[in-house]
Each structure stands twice: as C-alpha cells, then as structure tokens.
Ligand binder design. Structure first.
Ligand SMILES: Cc1ncc(COP(=O)(O)O)c(C=O)c1O
Length: 448
C-alpha cells in the first residue's frame, strides 16, 4: 500500500475497518457532540476524524475510510497536502494576523495575482479576499449592484449560494436551508435552470436560456438587472450540468443588457471539473467569479475576482472584513495552486471522469433506479428514481449512502429532492481506492 505523507505521519492509502462504523470512540464523541453542539448543525456521517491524507480519512477508532467527498469539494489537493502543510507551518510561525486592511502583507497580493492568472479571460482583473463561500457571494452581489447602479439579482432553480441572509435568498431549496429563517433579502428573482434530465426532452441550451430571459424581461425588466448569478455546474442542487449553449447564451444576454454575469465557482473551481474553472468548458468568461472551497487546501479562504473596472467601482472601505485573506490561509492557497499546476490536477480530474463515468453508466444499465449519470471531472453524481419513472427517490439515496458509509466509503447526497448521490474524491486519490469505492457503491445497489 502506498503512503501519503501529511504533516504528521503517513496515511496508508487503504480502506481498513477495525470496528463497525461508527466505532465506539466515535459514538462516545457523538454523545458529547449531541449534548453540546447545536442541533441545527448538520451531520452526514458520525465518524470522528483523527487524521487524513490522499484519499483516506482515519477515524478515532482506527478505521481507514475512502474519501469520496473531499469535505464537500474542498481538499482537491488531498488532506494535509505536504506543500500546504509546509507553507502553513512557515506562515503560522512568522505571523498569524495583522488584518490586511490595517497593515498588509505579500501573501494576499500574491493570491490575487494567482487568481488573475488562473480565472478565465485575459482582461485586467482584480480580487478581494474573504473567509467563506457565502461571504464571497454576498460581496459579488454588493460589487455588481454598486458597479451597475441596479438592484435585481437573477438566480436559478436548484441554486445553492450559502446560508447567510442574502445567500439564503439566493439559494433555492427551502428545507433545510431557508425554512423558518425569513424574511429574506429583496430584489432576488428566480428563473428556471437548464436541467436536461428533468426538462422536457429535446430542449436545447439556447431554448432553456430563452425561457429564463422571457421571465426576466417580463417580470423583472432587463434594465433593472445588476447581475445573473449561476453555478456553471450546480453543486448542492444535485450536480446539474446545463445543456450545452445555456451558459454562453446567458453570458451573452448579460453583455447585451448591461448586466454582469457572475459565475459561482465555489464548488466547481480549482480543477474539480477538469479545468481550472467549469466555465472554461464552453469558453465562457464571467465578469465576476466567486471562489472558495478548493482554493486553500482546507483553510478558510474565499474570493471575488473580476474585471478590474467593475471591482474598482466600490469606494474604499466598502469591501473587506477583519479576517478576509488571512495570511495563513493565503499561504495555504499559494501552495495549493502551485500543487495543482505542478501535478496537473485538472488532468487528474479528467482521468477520474474517464474511469468513473463508464462504470457508473454500466451500473445504470444493471438497475432501473438510476435515472441519470452526470457531472464533470471529479464532480460526478447519480440521480435515483423510482423504477422506470423520473420520480425522485430520496429514501433510496439515503439508504445507499448509509450502506457505503458502513463499508467505509464516504459519499454525499444532494439535490433539491435529496435523491442525488454525489462523488467528489480528492483529485489525488489513488486509482485503487476509487476503484474499490466504486465497487462498494455497486454492491450497495446490488443488495438494496
Ligand atoms: C456553489 C456554492 N456557493 C456557495 C457556497 C457557500 O459556501 P460556504 O459554505 O463556504 O459559505 C457553496 C457551499 O457549498 C457552494 O457550493
């Protein structure tokens, strides 16, 4: 078995269960968690982590689990990736915080330079750094409103943009994200997404986009739209890949109507979909792009990057926050981006897709409960339905996920209807591990 060196000790790249999952020590910790952590904080799998690296999570009972979730698309470079650990250690020993708005430091500037290089388009770009994905989205909306002098923000069915007040308004799904948390922010308008599996058969990307424009033009007024905000491949909505032509049509409509096109690449960015950013697959260049998750190998960092003149529209002091662009997180981001470049992790994501999709399609042939296999790169999903229909089967998705968890494979579920099984392995996962993980997933379908 190969070992992956992390900051602490090698993590052997194997699945190995020494107790049931969760084991006794995890169950003890779960009791403490239940007693002290707010019930509203969700939980996928009550296995408490001791260390992790490559494609493996080791729990406090000594079980080694295959990681097919990457902490929700965060540790694209692997957990405790050696170069990230080294960069963090060096920075944390130098200084931990000054506040970039008080006395700046080079790491923040260097991250903005890297963002200008790796994001789509060769125009002049600027960035501002924040902590969480939701915070980046909020700031992209602020910037768009300020730069255009308009207020309306157009979002899509099945969208997920976060859990803060403004981003709850932008997010589509009620339970669990919005229920009881209103009132929500205003001037947010929702239009239909291109969702090939659930759209009427044969509808093209351009037609799906026209359907959205008709609603915007009749109900919002194109001249009032500050921005159209979209995930190029929807994440929490169930890895929905819009029909070809949908994104370019939206970008074009924005340009033609003086609105900004904001790509929320918080989940899709940083090599996850086989390119640096998912927009690249169709040559779309966003005016603003939000990033987080994969950017810093697990440290909290997010960004808004965009056309320099748009980013500069906001007055001094209008953007920022105490911790935004924390120096330790910036050091992690620089090491993460360099690792992605040196190790061609976009290529690794494409290789995962090339191996995984045929296997998922073969699985689809063997069962009548997989309605759709979709995704891009290492962001892949199967949508579960009642046999022979398109009726969502969330219960089955939950049972399959739990069966995988019990066998030591961490998979996630998502989707507006809760019926999508999601695979988001770290891009450095060794072949034998995701091969084994897929085998266990297939066994779960065979036995349930
Ligand atoms: C597309 C997208 N936008 C925004 C967010 C919110 O990010 P955070 O949880 O860091 O606030 C997420 C998180 O899953 C996301 O997937």
């Amino acid at each position: 078995m190969t070992d992956v060196l992390t900051g602490r000790e090698p993590v052997t790249q194997e699945r190995r269960l020494v107790t049931e999952v969760p084991g006794p020590r995890s169950r003890e910790l779960l009791e403490r968690r239940t007693a002290t952590v707010a019930a509203g904080v969700g939980l996928t799998l009550p296995v408490f982590v001791e260390r992790a690296g490559g494609g493996v999570i080791v729990d406090v009972d000594g079980n080694s689990l295959i990681d097919m979730g990457s902490g929700i698309a965060v540790v694209n470079v692997g957990n405790a990736a050696p170069r990230v650990v080294a960069a963090v250690q060096e920075q944390v020993a130098a200084f931990t915080h000054t506040c970039f708005m008080v006395t700046p430091y080079e790491g923040y500037v260097a991250v903005c330079e890297e963002l200008a290089r790796v994001t789509p388009g060769d125009h002049a770009k600027k960035s501002a750094l924040f902590n969480s994905g939701a915070e980046a989205v909020e700031n992209a909306v602020k910037i768009a409103r300020h730069a255009t002098g308009r207020q309306a923000i157009v979002v899509f069915d099945h969208a997920y943009h976060g859990r803060t007040n403004l981003t709850m308004a932008l997010t589509a799904k009620n339970m669990p994200y919005k229920q009881g948390f209103g009132p929500f922010a205003g001037e947010v308008y929702r239009v239909p997404m291109s969702y090939p599996f659930r759209d009427e058969a044969g509808i093209t990307g351009a037609q799906a986009a026209r359907r959205a424009f008709d609603l915007i033009e009749s109900q919002v007024g194109a001249a009032n739209v500050a921005a159209v905000l979209i995930e190029p491949v929807q994440g929490e909505g169930g890895f929905v890949v819009p029909a070809e032509g949908f994104l370019p049509a939206i970008a074009e409509w924005c340009t033609g109507n003086g609105a900004l096109f904001i790509a929320d690449e918080i989940q899709t960015g940083f090599c996850r979909t086989g390119d640096w950013f998912a927009c690249e697959a169709e040559g779309v260049v966003p005016d603003l792009i939000t990033t987080a998750k994969g950017i810093a190998g697990g440290l909290p960092l997010s960004a808004v990057t965009g056309r320099a003149e748009v980013m500069d529209a906001v007055h001094g002091g209008g953007l920022g926050g105490t911790y935004g662009g924390n120096p330790v997180a910036c050091a992690a981001a620089l090491a993460t981006i360099q690792t992605m470049r040196d190790e061609d992790l976009a290529g690794a994501a494409r290789a995962i897709e090339a191996t995984m999709v045929p296997r998922l399609r073969a699985l689809q042939q063997r069962t009548d409960v997989i309605g759709d296999v979709r995704g891009r790169g290492a962001m892949l999903a199967v949508e579960l339905v009642r046999p022979g229909t398109t009726e969502p089967d969330a219960d089955l998705a939950g049972r399959i996920a739990r069966a995988c968890h019990a066998q030591g494979v961490v998979v996630l579920t998502a989707g507006t209807f809760g019926n999508v099984l999601c695979l988001l392995p770290p891009l450095v996962i060794p072949d034998h591990l995701f091969d084994e993980g897929l085998g266990i997933l297939a066994d779960a379908f065979a036995t349930l």
